[in-house]
Design a protein around this ligand. Structure first.
Ligand code: ADP
Ligand code: MG
Length: 459
């Protein structure tokens, strides 16, 4: 972060300082009272369970230099109307006055974090890049990411999450990206927005504010995403498999570990790429990342070389682990929606090829009225893709279980993670491939952890 004086923070946030000297320096910004660094500004956020203001004395004792607060405190503080909005104003002030880097914003229903990491990997080869691990895609996470950049930063890669109309616009107004990426539009958050079209519109906000010299990177294979390209002044770059896409993949294949290979095309140039990550859906993410880098003038050979070595730093996304007895565990429990469920099942089935496959699945949340239909169709999809054993955890998956049984798949419905684990640990045999996946709120990493500890029955 670029160190800021108290008076700069006050100017940027329209805040008023108390018990502080105007020239004192803020060298970091933190939001978690248990994670304070010397000289940091602590943003007092009022959450569901706790109010950051209650920890003012603790954070100052721990070394924070001031609290960004909604009211005057006995401790050093900068008082603002709303600390979260003020954090956004601070990030915007820094972005527009002190940073010279190229800012890239990434949104989509599935694959934002993965794509962001692929972009970060490629751009790091060309210069200092800020691209933090994890999601950090909210009205808090995006400003915090911006504040991590400094004068030497060449690229700043931001994940932008969408939980309602106007939210991406808010984030783009803070970050002012010159490159905006829409990976795909699925049904995640349909509960909040009502339809895929409404979701596409909300995600489309990322390209609306782009400058004329910027790039709108859109999925050319998804008509809903492509339509958003009409709402931008920026240069539109389509990625996908269609012939009209500027950045295109042909000859897409997956190997026995579900690692995709393809030929990457850009203009007259083409180059072979094999990814280290698992699942054909990563082709989409890799193309989006390649399109960003190619638009920014990075050579296609550099792009391909970085894609070939890119792993994933963020946890629980198609993490493949070999257990004892040649049993393979695919931990994709970070989150789930209908598209990412299918992607994970397809990867599991293709990795299994000849071995037995298990899917331990939990609820896909936030699907609103379409929840029942989506869970039902998940059961049919699992059967069609050739999954051998299905374990459905929780009420929402009753529909999945019944549809799977009707389609001839051996399925069991259970009420707890423990039951699911116990079935697998008793019935799995040498060579099985097991995938674990549900929405974040289900915390299905407990199943993945238990299976890792079990280690295929090998001590
Ligand atoms: N392009 C994609 N299409 C479908 N599913 C995907 C795609 N990219 C990633 N996924 C899956 O979606 C889940 C979340 O991935 P992540 O990269 O964390 O996305 P996000 O940040 O959008 O939540 C993981 O299960 C991952 O395997
Ligand atoms: Mg994410």
């Amino acid at each position: 972060m670029i160190a800021l004086t108290v008076s700069q923070v006050c100017e940027a946030t329209s805040g008023v300082a108390h018990h502080l000297v105007a020239t004192e320096l803020v060298t970091d910004v933190r939001i978690d009272s248990r994670d304070i660094s010397e000289g940091c500004l602590f943003v007092a956020i009022k959450g569901e369970h706790a109010d950051g203001h209650d920890f003012a004395a603790d954070v100052i004792a721990a070394g924070a230099m001031a609290v960004l607060s909604a009211r005057e405190l006995d401790q050093p503080c900068i008082v603002v109307d709303d600390p979260v909005l003020a954090l956004g104003r601070l990030a915007h002030w820094v972005r527009t006055r002190l940073l010279t880097c190229t800012v890239i914003g990434v949104t989509g229903s599935s694959g934002k974090t993965s794509t962001k990491e692929l972009i970060g990997g490629i751009l790091s080869a060309d210069g200092p890049t800020v691209c933090p691990q994890g999601s950090l895609n909210t009205e808090v996470g995006v400003p915090l990411t911006i504040l991590q950049a400094d004068a030497s930063t060449k690229y700043l890669v931001l994940e932008m999450g969408m939980r309602g109309a106007g939210q991406i616009r808010y984030l783009t107004e803070i970050a002012e990206p010159s490159v905006g990426v829409i990976i795909n539009v699925g049904t995640a958050h349909v509960e909040l927005l009502g339809s895929r079209e409404a979701i596409a519109r909300a995600k489309g906000e990322i390209v609306e504010g782009l400058p004329g010299h910027g790039f709108a990177i859109v999925n050319g294979d998804d008509p809903l995403v492509l339509a958003k390209a009409d709402n931008t002044k920026a240069n539109v770059i389509r990625f996908g498999r269609g012939v009209e896409c500027e950045v295109r993949a042909t000859d897409v294949r997956v190997d026995s570990a579900a690692r995709p290979s393809f030929t990457l095309h850009h203009g007259e140039a083409s180059v072979a790429v094999t990814l280290k990550v698992h699942g054909e859906h990563f082709v989409e993410n890799a193309l989006a990342a390649a399109a960003v880098a190619l638009s920014l003038g990075i050579n296609i050979d550099v792009v391909a070389a970085e894609l070939r070595i890119a792993g994933l730093d963020s946890k629980w996304r198609m993490e493949v682990r070999e257990l004892g007895n040649h049993i393979t565990l695919i931990n994709d429990c970070y989150n789930a929606n209908p598209e990412s469920m299918r992607a994970a099942l397809a990867a599991t089935a293709s990795m299994a090829a000849g071995r037995r496959s298990w899917a331990i699945l939990g609820e896909m949340r936030e699907l609103g009225e379409s929840s029942h239909i989506e869970h039902e169709s998940l059961g049919r999809a699992a059967a069609q893709m050739g999954i051998d054993r299905l374990i459905c955890i929780g009420d929402a998956l009753t529909a999945t279980h019944e549809a799977a049984l009707a389609a001839g798949l051996k399925s069991v419905a259970v009420t707890s993670i423990d039951e699911a684990v116990s079935i697998v640990t008793t019935e799995a045999i040498t060579g099985d491939v097991i995938v674990v996946k549900a929405s974040r709120g289900i915390a299905l990493e407990r199943a993945a952890d238990a299976l890792s500890a079990w280690n295929g029955g090998v001590a």
